[in-house]
Design a binder for this molecule. Structure first.
Ligand code: HEC
Ligand code: HEC
Length: 284
């Protein structure tokens, strides 16, 4: 069992103590995520080497109103982005006069890919995220300009491609050449940073289920990304969320697409192994 009070004691009269309150409903709820009649798994036994007993999708910590938006693709505001990406999928761009469809036919040909990312990439000798893989096609195969990490077209496309894996369990490689990167991500996850001197684990491992300010803390899983955040009034990438969390503890965030965030993405994904892909998920 996790001792959620332990960290507060360890920090003494810290910023954390001032921010986190343990309310009556200190756990994920028991609601079931059902989309189009299909049950999407939102909790599973934690992977073998996990410090947790059970892992939960962030969906389980959201209010019933926010949850319901994700249960109906017509109400889910993330689907506007998916529709835009379908258009962009069929649009030829760049010196080769090709569209994504020219080579990949239908987006469904990339089903399953999301569950494996980031994955080892021989070409660059480091892990590749979906953004990296899409941009390689744009620059090397289409003769088009790379998209920016958080550029609308990029985020929309990662949503369309990830949606093809919805319902499939996250299953990133953690051994072989990935091991070093997972280890690096783990170090970052447990290192305290920023003026508040906190680590990812202080919130998402020690205190999930508790309220922080007006927010219900989840385990900080990445199975729903890119997510539609009501606060952003749009979709955002995994690295955008990491950046926001680092800023909230007044740390200098790493850059989107940096080796640090790629390592962190790989490690966080491995902590969520077995959870179903939920893209595009809806969060507050
Ligand atoms: C000229 C042909 C071509 C075009 C155009 C193209 N791709 Fe690719 N794409 C490939 C090839 C070849 C691969 C590598 C095949 C592989 O790894 O299975 C690939 C790989 C990928 C991958 C990684 C797949 C995997 O399993 O690792 C993604 C994602 C992807 N493309 C997305 C796109 C998107 C999105 C577009 C449009 C913006 C696009 N591609 C345009 C040929 C193309
Ligand atoms: C001060 C507490 C705090 C710290 C430290 C913190 N986060 Fe968060 N994080 C939050 C809150 C609050 C949210 C929004 C509610 C939720 O999903 O937990 C959030 C959300 C997230 C989400 C989105 C989860 C989802 O289902 O949409 C991810 C991913 C995440 N954090 C990762 C990280 C990582 C990685 C770190 C370390 C770099 C980190 N967080 C550090 C408070 C924190």
């Amino acid at each position: 069992m996790i001792n959620r009070g332990g960290i507060v004691a360890a920090l003494g009269l810290s910023a954390l103590m001032a921010m986190i309150v343990a309310p009556a409903h200190a756990d994920p709820d028991n609601n079931q995520l059902i989309i189009d009649g299909e049950v999407i798994i939102t909790d599973v036994a934690a992977p073998d080497d996990s410090p947790l007993d059970r892992i939960y999708s962030g969906w389980r910590f959201r209010s019933p109103e926010t949850q319901s938006l994700q249960m109906d693709d017509f109400e889910n505001p993330g689907f506007v982005a998916v529709d835009d990406a379908i258009e962009s999928w069929d649009t030829a761009e760049g010196s080769e006069g090709k569209s994504c469809a020219s080579c990949h036919s239908d987006p469904s040909s990339l089903a399953g890919l999301r569950t494996t990312l980031p994955k080892w990439d021989e070409a660059t000798n480091k892990p590749a995220t979906m953004e990296n893989l899409i941009n390689r096609c744009r620059t090397d195969r289409m003769g088009a300009e790379a998209w920016g990490w958080e550029q609308k077209e990029m985020v929309n496309m990662t949503a369309l491609v990830s949606l093809q894996s919805r319902g499939m369990p996250v299953n990133v490689q953690t051994d072989g050449p990935m091991a070093e990167w997972i280890e690096k991500g783990k170090d970052l996850y447990y290192t305290r940073v920023g003026q508040l001197n906190m680590s990812c684990s202080n919130c998402h491992e020690d205190n999930y289920g508790n309220q922080i300010r007006s927010d219900h803390l989840s385990q900080g899983q990445v199975n729903g990304f890119p997510v539609y955040r009501l606060k952003w009034a749009g979709l955002g990438s995994i690295h955008r969320r990491f950046k926001g969390c680092m800023e909230n503890i007044r740390a200098t965030p790493f850059k989107r697409g940096s080796d640090e965030f790629i390592a962190l993405e790989a490690y966080v994904a491995s902590r969520g192994a077995g959870l179903a892909v939920e893209t595009p998920s809806v969060r507050n």
